[in-house]
Design a protein around this ligand. Structure first.
Ligand SMILES: [Zn+2]
Length: 201
């Protein structure tokens, strides 16, 4: 089954690429502030794995909100990085391109902690998979790591730290701001993995 990965260049999707080796990868610049760094990180992992990498550009910045768009978060947002209908948009944009290349399955690097957003839950993936696979092209949408924490996905993937170092997690900028939810998760995960090294696991 020809499979593509929606690659954001963060720890989760990079580890998933290393673990599952998709045949194609897509990164979307949808107007998020960290797009340039996400594309660079994604290109580096694809080069290392010899995976063809396509960058799609679609400026939805005016429709975004919160940390990734550089605006105040919506008062009803579950977290400061909420961007309305973000995964729905990205799945749709990538599927529009992927269907023309014969892709039959699309993976996202969603992990357990993404469940703080509705579009990071198993229910979302059941629904979006039902919607896409029902339409012409019949693309299946899956999140293979949705039951895993980030550190456990990284352990499972066996990605070398030299490759993980490419990951860009900051929601606010191309250079890590060191205080957003993405940066906090990045450094907490590295600390947890460092503890493995210290204990010899
Ligand atoms: Zn940050």
């Amino acid at each position: 089954m020809k499979t593509a990965l929606l690659l954001s260049g963060g720890m989760d999707s990079i580890a998933l690429a290393w673990w599952k080796r998709p045949e194609l990868a897509f990164t979307v610049d949808y107007g998020q502030l960290a797009a340039t760094a996400e594309i660079s990180a994604s290109a580096a992992i694809c080069s290392a794995l010899d995976i063809p990498h396509t960058v799609l550009r679609f400026d939805a910045k005016a429709l975004g909100s919160g940390d990734m768009a550089g605006t105040a978060p919506d008062p009803n947002a579950p977290a400061s990085d909420w961007w309305p209908y973000r995964n729905q948009l990205l799945v749709t944009l990538v599927a529009m391109k992927a269907v023309a290349t014969g892709v039959q399955r699309l993976w996202l690097g969603t992990v357990a902690s993404d469940g703080i957003h509705k579009d990071g839950t198993p229910e979302f993936f059941e629904n979006i998979n039902r919607l896409l696979s029902h339409q012409e092209g019949g693309i299946v949408v899956e999140a293979p790591a949705i039951g895993l924490r980030t550190a456990d996905l990284i352990r499972q993937s066996d990605i070398p730290r030299s490759m993980l170092a490419w990951a860009h997690s900051c929601h606010k900028a191309d250079v890590p701001c060191c205080h957003c939810r993405g940066c906090n998760k990045h450094f907490e995960t590295l600390q947890e993995l460092d503890a493995d090294v210290a204990t010899g696991d």
